[in-house]
Design a protein around this ligand. Structure first.
Ligand SMILES: Nc1ncnc2c1ncn2[C@@H]1O[C@H](COP(=O)(O)O)[C@@H](O)[C@H]1OP(=O)(O)O
Ligand SMILES: [Mg+2]
Ligand SMILES: [Mg+2]
Ligand SMILES: [Mg+2]
Length: 358
């Protein structure tokens, strides 16, 4: 039974559920209809990212008005492009939870388009090691979202730099925790049957999974990483995008560990959720450049969910991910997530291949 952070967890689950309803509507549209624009760093953002972020911030502002928010997106593009703005507004205005009580807990509808733009800009906190900070990735794995594959709606609460609550909504993962891990690219659009899962964790209270539906929240059930008895049967997950994680180094590490199965490539923090429920075993994220700093919203929820399911998450140097240094994981490099019992063995192989051994 959840005792600490019960209210934060409930609001986070409902906020992610509502945002995921919005993203699902956009997911069904063709690539052109997703309203994709390119950001300054050349990464894509869609009407789904903007709409989901506005809904989540609205729920947080209603319930926790004093907390800081670190979110990926902001409204400047929408202030210039009124057509895009109006499409986002249409989605935000029309997306509600069917459970009226739950919708009320989130504070109900965003009143108008200007409030929506104002909400979208409320995620620019610099983060840091003091106080309560929510971090939001409204669509994690936008490239997967555009490709018709995996993506996640991610929300986490940090307190003094430590992750206390994490929720991941994965609309395209199988509901069934024991379903085999597949790449799921080019999913049949409009057929959500058997798909959609909400992962959650509270520090010290374990990790759960439940169906991500449209109605009243289902009860969560505990999930655990799979005990890895024989490394050669391990299933490891990595990014689809070769630019996000070094796939050739990952292959060398797998070989060193004696892993015989090919890696499963999927976008987003769906990888963290998948290993937390034992559908996969190991998640490696290996830097492709010295200059890229991982963002806290790309890892906070997944990090806690994996650790609460019996895993260990470090960077390639063996340090825990430090969410207290700002909007990025500036003091970390890459990610190594594995069941606690084998993490040091995996880290050893990672460090040998990357030449990090002293
Ligand atoms: N060079 C990079 N290295 C690692 N991750 C990156 C890089 N560029 C973008 N990302 C981020 O990786 C995340 C997706 O990871 P994955 O490939 O595992 O699904 C996205 O949030 C994406 O950010 P963005 O949202 O700005 O596109
Ligand atoms: Mg992301
Ligand atoms: Mg994103
Ligand atoms: Mg992005």
């Amino acid at each position: 039974m959840t005792t600490l952070y019960a209210r934060e967890l409930e609001i986070a689950l409902l906020a992610v559920q509502r945002a995921a309803l919005l993203t699902r509507r956009v997911f069904r549209e063709s690539a052109e209809q997703k309203g994709t624009v390119s950001k300054d760093d050349a990464s894509p953002v869609t009407v789904g990212d903007f709409g989901a972020q506005a809904l989540i911030i609205s729920a947080l502002r209603h319930n926790f008005p004093r907390d800081a928010i670190v979110a990926e997106e902001e409204a400047s593009v929408l202030r210039e492009d009124t057509r895009l703005r109006d499409r986002v507004w249409g989605l935000v205005r029309d997306t509600k939870l069917s459970d009226i009580g739950a919708e009320g807990l989130l504070g109900g509808a965003v009143p108008d388009v200007d409030s929506m733009l104002h909400l979208l800009d409320q995620g620019q906190s610099q983060g840091g090691r003091i106080g309560r900070v929510w971090t939001i990735d409204p669509i994690d794995g936008t490239k997967g979202f555009l490709r018709g594959g995996q993506y996640a709606v991610a929300l986490a609460l940090l307190e003094d730099g430590d992750v206390k609550v994490g929720v991941l909504g994965c609309p395209n993962l199988p509901v069934d925790d024991s379903a085999p891990l597949t790449e799921n690219i080019g999913l049949e659009v409009g057929n959500d049957k058997g798909r959609g899962v909400l992962f959650a964790a509270v520090k010290g209270e374990g990790a759960t999974s439940r169906p991500l539906g449209t109605g009243t929240l289902a009860e969560g059930h505990k999930i655990h990483m799979k005990p890895l008895i024989d490394m050669k049967n391990a299933c490891f997950c990595e990014s689809v995008e070769a630019g996000h994680s070094n796939q050739s180094e990952a292959a060398k590490i797998a070989q060193k560990l004696g892993i015989t199965k090919p890696s499963v490539r999927m976008d987003s923090q769906a990888k963290y959720g998948s290993i937390a429920r034992g559908a996969g075993d190991i998640y490696l994220r290996l830097p492709t450049s010295k200059s890229y700093q991982e963002k806290i919203w790309d890892h906070a929820a997944g990090d806690l969910i994996v650790r609460e399911a019996g895993g260990l998450v470090t960077d390639t140097r063996g340090n825990r991910l430090d969410f207290g240094v700002g909007r990025t994981l500036a003091s970390n490099s890459g990610v190594v997530a594995a069941p606690s019992a084998v993490h040091s063995q995996v880290l050893d192989a990672v460090q040998e291949v990357l030449g990090l051994k002293k």
